[in-house]
Design a protein around this ligand. Structure first.
Ligand SMILES: [Zn+2]
Ligand SMILES: [Zn+2]
Length: 344
């Protein structure tokens, strides 16, 4: 059973279950964060948003992208690069937003926005630099086989889903989770310090077992000995995120693959199953479909959100329906009437 207790990934829906989609995933201990979807974020303090390094946008419908201006306003005077990922066409959307302002006083600014468009088999990079008045510059093309971003800590996968346009689902996975055993640290006569981060980074990067790590002034010990003695190495946590998508056989298969084994699966559930026709017509899921997908994916926990305002005062019904299906207390999808697609 997946566990969330030891994880360093802390996901939080900035606008709760009913507001615009914006999932902040903070990396505990690292002062870093990523944001999945960029709905309005004006009620979130800047201090909460500033650790964001990368933004992953599902699609550019307004409720998923209107927070762009506020994020730009916050980051503009800061040096550094903010990465933004999205479906093909997202660079045009960014360019269009940037064209709505005048940039005659930003020549000295060190802020850069790097945009990656995720297409079926390729990713296209574009740079928008403040010092260059945010003129669009090509960064080249790279192959896409499911992973859109990775570093020494994280892997982010993207899956194109059918929302009458492409809506990208995302999954964030920690490469490995490394816990220090305080008792072992004390027993080895060592004090905690920045060297522990050096050790963890070396383990994550697959460095040589003989690599010397400086644990104190002039005291160097081989990586493998420190790892075996001091660290508990466990598989990383996985968080999956799916919004705005039709419940079709091919979508369901992609969602189940993306969310397989996720510790937490954030899944839209805008409609009750009683309004399945409405949901299908609008290329959205029902709460029951969200529950069935989470169960098929073997997710540890299902977090439903992106509720339609038509259910105001009845939002609990969406949660109840989704969780009942997730727990398998309702009929399986194959037993439902023919309007529902069967799960893989
Ligand atoms: Zn949409
Ligand atoms: Zn939406």
């Amino acid at each position: 059973m997946p566990s969330v207790t030891k994880s360093s990934l802390r996901p939080r829906l900035l606008n709760g279950q009913t507001g615009d989609p914006a999932l902040l995933v903070s990396l505990r201990w690292q002062g870093r964060a990523l944001l999945i979807d960029l709905g309005r974020i004006d009620r979130t303090p800047g201090s909460v948003l500033l650790p964001i390094e990368s933004v992953f946008v599902s699609h550019a419908h307004m409720d998923h992208f209107m927070g762009f201006d506020q994020l730009l306003r916050l980051f503009l005077a800061r040096d550094g690069t903010l990465r933004l990922f999205g479906p093909l066409g997202i660079a045009d959307c960014v360019q269009g937003k940037l064209a709505g302002y005048t940039w005659n006083l930003t020549d000295e600014y060190g802020f850069t926005l790097d945009v990656t468009e995720i297409d079926a088999t390729e990713m296209h990079g574009w740079r928008f630099a403040a010092r260059n008045r945010f003129a669009r510059e090509p960064l080249g093309t790279s192959p896409f086989t499911g992973v859109c971003f990775e570093d020494s800590v994280l892997t982010v996968e993207a899956a194109p889903l059918d929302h009458k346009i492409v809506s990208l689902g995302y999954a964030v996975t920690e490469r490995t989770h490394l816990n220090v055993r305080p008792d072992a640290l004390a027993a080895a006569g060592l004090r905690p310090g920045p060297w522990l981060n050096v050790l963890k980074a070396a383990v994550r990067s697959g460095a040589s077992p003989d690599l010397p790590i400086e644990v104190g002034t002039g005291d160097r010990r081989p990586l493998a000995a420190l790892r075996d003695e001091l660290l508990i190495v466990t598989p990383g946590q996985k968080i999956a995120y799916v919004v705005d998508t039709l419940f079709s056989p091919s979508n369901a298969a992609r969602i189940v693959r993306l969310a397989r084994g996720a510790d937490v699966f954030f899944c839209e559930s805008p409609f009750l199953d009683a309004d399945l026709d409405q949901a299908s017509k609008r290329y959205h899921l029902t709460a029951r479909q969200a529950g069935a997908l989470a169960r098929a994916a073997g997710a540890g926990r299902l977090q439903v959100f992106h509720f339609s305002p038509r259910y105001e005062g009845r939002y609990g019904e969406l949660v109840t329906e989704a969780l009942a299906e997730f727990a398998g207390r309702e009929m399986r999808y194959g037993e439902l009437d023919g309007r529902s697609a069967s799960l893989p």
